[in-house]
Design a protein around this ligand. Structure first.
Ligand SMILES: C[S@@+](CC[C@H](N)C(=O)[O-])C[C@H]1O[C@@H](n2cnc3c(N)ncnc32)[C@H](O)[C@@H]1O
Length: 175
């Protein structure tokens, strides 16, 4: 099944400044070590490489980054894990594209994205489900220019259990 398609955020929508906020490398390392991914790994929008550098400790890791001429929407290989902080203005399209190629998707983002809306939620259910959420405090703790609750959402293909594990890590992860 193909999941890619417009839900609510058109891909061509103008980028916002939050689209190029880079993740603190120690935050990225904590997240990657927590999930300990294996198999084929992908950082679909590597920016400065915070997630990419940590993912390389766990397996065969590939990357995309539009500013370096590798558009994630043109990537077609299948992977076991995607772990990233995605561009927020095209969150839905990035998530649906990730569903097309990955068995596990972890997005580090404002946690309001969990409740984006019924149409996106339907697509999430077609793919599998949300297996786990990690609340990591306010975005400011991780170098983001906003204080909204921020953390990881782990989507897993074919995850049909009707429960979501909720973890809290409010500790500041220092650079
Ligand atoms: C919020 S930043 C995060 C960068 C990196 N993932 C991190 O966690 O530090 C999002 C990145 O997505 C890149 N990007 C935006 N659209 C993209 C696309 N279609 N394909 C690949 N990268 C894209 C931007 O250039 C930017 O570097």
């Amino acid at each position: 099944m193909k999941y890619t398609g417009r839900v609510s955020t058109p891909k061509e929508r103008k980028k916002t400044p939050n689209d190029v906020v880079m993740t603190n490398p120690n935050t990225a390392k904590w997240i990657v070590d927590y999930f300990a991914p294996s198999g084929k790994l992908l950082e679909p929008c590597k920016g400065n490489g915070a997630f990419y550098n940590s993912l390389q400790n766990y397996g065969d890791t590939d990357w995309c980054e539009i500013s370096e001429g590798k558009d994630f929407f043109n990537y077609t290989k299948k992977v076991d894990w995607i772990i990233t902080n995605p561009p927020f203005s095209i969150f839905d399209d990035f998530l649906l594209k990730s569903f097309d190629i990955a068995n596990n998707v972890v997005f580090f983002c404002p946690l309001t994205k969990v409740f984006k809306g019924k149409r996106l939620d339907t697509k999430i259910c077609e793919y599998g489900g949300i297996k786990e959420i990690i609340h990591m405090g306010g975005g400011n703790q991780h170098g983001f220019p906003f204080g909204f609750s921020t953390g990881c959402i782990h989507y897993q293909k074919d995850y049909k259990e009707n429960n979501i594990k909720l973890i809290r890590n409010y500790n500041e992860i220092r650079p």
